[in-house]
Unconditional design. Structure first.
Lengths: 155, 77
């Protein structure tokens, strides 16, 4: 399964793949384009990726989560290209026996993708301006481009 | 060596370009590019470098045949 998509993400189709007879909990996170950022009105986002690395890293992150929380299902798909307001830019689905593992794993996966996967967002505003946005700035805290401060760690 | 840049780095460098200078390590390449374009020095210092689809450290030894991908801080999601 590809983890990057240049086309609209079909969430119902992905959710249909997430049902598992041993899973009592399925958690779906959809990261979507917001209509505002930095006090300006957003027209759309455009995502770029170093695709070979991003595919590999997302597969590794999903595998880490599956092993750590004994997930039955772990799915993640991130958009590339133009994503209009209210459309899904990234989806993460986790399924496990109980909800606590599905929630925790889901947060782990999205945090790791946001901090580590070579995917970049450019915000295009209705005033015609644009801005590469939301860069991981953990290096300013950790002093190391490879060390991050994750939300799932509660920091 | 061939260099590939992404995202905000494309505001400072071409998307792909060749570096002919004799540079030994990734750190040397970083220093060379920072001197070549000082406005990019801050963002370059926050970048990761990848060769053959693997991230490499600052002391990684480069060859003239390498293709080097300069990876700015992530901003997916």
């Amino acid at each position: 399964m590809n983890h990057l998509s240049a086309h609209t993400i079909d969430i119902p189709a992905l959710l249909a793949m997430a049902h598992h007879p041993k899973a009592g909990a399925v958690v779906l996170f959809s990261g979507e384009t917001r209509d505002n950022s930095h006090g300006k009105e957003v027209s759309y986002l455009e995502y770029e990726a170093q695709e070979a690395l991003a595919e590999k890293m997302m597969a590794d992150i999903l595998q880490q989560a599956k092993e750590k929380w004994q997930l039955n299902v772990a799915i993640a798909v991130h958009r590339t290209g133009k994503v209009p307001v209210s459309e899904t830019a990234v989806v993460v689905i986790t399924a496990s026996a109980h909800r606590s593992e599905a929630y925790a794993a889901n947060r782990f996966i999205i945090d790791k993708i946001k901090h580590e996967a070579p995917i970049w967002k450019c915000e295009y505003f209705t005033d015609g301006s644009k801005e590469w946005g939301g860069n991981c700035n953990c290096r300013e805290i950790t002093g190391d481009v490879n060390k991050h401060v994750y939300e799932f760690e509660g920091k | 060596m061939k260099i590939y840049t992404y995202a905000i780095l494309k505001d400072y460098f071409d998307k792909e370009f060749i570096v002919d200078e004799q540079l030994v390590t990734v750190q040397d390449l970083n220093n060379f590019l920072s001197q070549h374009n000082p406005a990019a020095a801050t963002i370059l210092s926050a970048c990761r470098y990848a060769v053959k689809d693997n991230f490499v450290t600052d002391d990684f030894i480069l060859t003239t045949e390498d293709s080097i991908h300069i990876i700015p801080p992530s901003s997916g999601g």
